[in-house]
Design a protein around this ligand. Structure first.
Ligand code: NAD
Ligand code: 0WE
Length: 257
């Protein structure tokens, strides 16, 4: 059993109970970590607060990752409340619906910017704000969520695929910078999961079925399995791992045919 007692984890990206961030928060909490959950805006506040009420000792804060002032304010508050933090989970992505509906060729400058600001730059921004609080002798662990569409073309994933490629490169550049401070940065590449961000995608059900047929394990993955890998990356079992992308996809990505 992994013991996270005495460790504080900050989790970005809880929208509802299906969120990957929520699956990760539950696993970290079950291992004894103190949880800080952030949500994007007032619209998601009630949902987030209802969930947080089920995690003993957890606190909730609003933070829009496109807003530098909100990020600064959040980490100033965390510094005064907790002194230090140990784990940072970035489970945030967004591209305007238009950009995932049309041909990739038609991606507008604005949609490209929004997708990269929210899905990529935000990892740099929150890591920079969190790093000064990751002062424990055990070091710090930062992780983000990515998808196979970063490496291979997945129809309609479009600008998100380009953003995930940039996110995976960002993981490597950040890892190289903050390694000297005993902070590790990794990505989990999850197989498709029916979350809020995925529900609206036409044909998502068919995609889940096809992927399960072709995957070595002959099934889809569960959010709890992504949570288990996140717990491993947060823990001292992974102190030699940084700058990596770990696939949690029932093996789908290894198949050539
Ligand atoms: P989700 O909709 O539950 O989570 C996305 C989160 O991003 C939401 O909580 C939303 O509030 C947050 N967000 C968007 N814009 C934000 C902003 N400006 N400021 C703060 N937060 C903002 O869906 P999910 O599937 O749990 O997605 C989480 C991560 O997992 C994403 O990075 C996604 O790309 C990745 N991922 C998802 C799948 C999948 O199939 N669902 C597979 C691999 C990777
Ligand atoms: O990263 C994602 C989804 C991210 C996402 C989803 C949406 C839908 C609603 C980002 N922005 C938006 N914007 C919206 O307006 N995934 C890995 C899940 C996903 O999305 C796909 C997939 C998979 C898998 C889109 C097309 C094809 C496959």
């Amino acid at each position: 059993m992994i013991n996270m007692q005495g460790r504080t984890a900050v989790v970005f990206g809880v929208a509802n109970k299906r969120s990957i961030a929520w699956g990760i928060a539950q696993k970290l909490q079950a291992a004894g970590a103190q949880l800080v959950i952030t949500y994007q805006n007032e619209r998601l506040e009630q949902e987030a607060k209802d969930l947080i009420a089920d995690l003993p000792g957890a606190a909730g804060f609003r933070c829009d990752v496109t807003n530098d002032a909100e990020i600064d304010q959040l980490f100033a508050e965390l510094k005064s409340r907790y002194g230090k933090i140990h784990t940072l989970v970035h489970s945030v992505a967004f591209a305007p619906a238009e950009a995932m509906k049309n041909d990739f060729l038609l991606t507008s400058r604005d949609d490209f910017k929004v997708a990269h600001d929210i899905s990529v730059y935000s990892l740099i921004a929150v890591t920079r704000a969190a790093a000064p609080l990751m002062t424990d002798e055990s070091g710090g662990s930062v992780m983000t969520l990515t998808y196979h569409g970063a490496e291979k073309v997945v129809p309609k994933y479009n600008v998100m695929g380009v953003a995930k490629a940039a996110l995976e490169a960002t993981v490597r550049y950040l890892a190289a910078d903050v390694g000297k401070n005993k902070i590790r940065v990794n990505a989990i590449s999850a197989g498709p999961l029916k979350t809020l961000a995925a529900r609206s995608i036409p044909g998502f059900g068919d995609m889940l079925r096809t992927q399960a047929e072709r995957a070595p394990l002959k099934r889809n993955v569960e959010t709890s399995e992504v949570g288990d890998t996140a717990l491993f990356l947060a823990s001292d079992l992974s102190t030699g791992i940084t700058g990596e992308v770990i696939y949690v996809d029932a093996g789908y990505n290894i198949m050539g045919f």
